[in-house]
Ligand binder design. Structure first.
Ligand code: ZN
Length: 211
């Protein structure tokens, strides 16, 4: 395909333009289908904008007589930093104390996906997950902790390659009662001291990422 040929798709034409601006030859074999692939990938990675949370939760909110802490830990998330359009990814841990209602357990990772598949800040994503759970089931408390590796820091050499960022949102009982908060952190086996420094990268000596 000659460089002048268009994809007749605004997004794909733009991506072809980016390749040219980077000094590449968009007609070479390996790049001819790249605009199409990048278009598809970007739309998938930002599909959280279109997702309907009520639709997703429909039929998965249950009335129960259970008021102990519910924890879903080690939820993988993959998101895109809104400052650099580069991935950040890691684990998200969610806990809440029901107040008459629970969310089907499989829906919590889905909720994380909906907020991860957007252009994000890890801090905002963490808050959005906590606030949505609060809004939907009015629990006694919600805690969300995310640990993320940011490729915009690692690949650009801004920070040490193996540092990661911890963010937390503590609402209701998790904010008001230090015993509840400590119980949660104990269950996560995270270094509790690291939680107070929301948003700050912490050198990683113990954390192992499979990704
Ligand atoms: Zn970034």
């Amino acid at each position: 395909m000659p460089a002048t040929e268009r994809y007749n798709d605004p997004m794909q034409d733009l991506i072809q333009r980016v390749l040219i601006e980077l000094g590449e030859d968009p007609t070479r074999e390996g790049l001819v289908k790249t605009p199409k692939r990048v278009d598809k990938a970007l739309r998938f990675l930002t599909s959280g904008y279109q997702a309907d949370i009520d639709d997703m939760l429909n039929g998965a909110l249950f009335s129960v007589d259970y008021s102990e802490m519910v924890i879903v830990r080690d939820i993988d998330f993959y998101s895109m930093c809104e400052h650099h359009l580069l991935p950040f990814f890691g684990k998200c841990h969610v806990a809440y104390i029901p107040n008459g209602k629970v969310i089907g357990l499989s829906k919590i990772p889905r909720l994380v996906d909906i907020f991860a598949r957007r252009l994000q800040l890890q801090e905002r994503m963490t808050n959005q997950i906590a606030e949505t759970i609060t809004e939907k089931i009015k629990p006694l408390g919600v805690a969300v902790v995310c640990e993320g590796t940011h490729l915009c820091m690692a690949m650009r050499g801004v920070e040490k390659q193996n540092s990661y960022t911890i963010t937390s949102a503590m609402l209701g009982a998790f904010r008001d009662q230090s015993r509840t908060r400590m119980e949660f952190l104990e269950l996560l086996k995270l270094r509790s001291g690291s939680i107070s420094v929301t948003g700050m990268p912490i050198p990683d000596h113990t954390h192992d990422h499979d990704e």
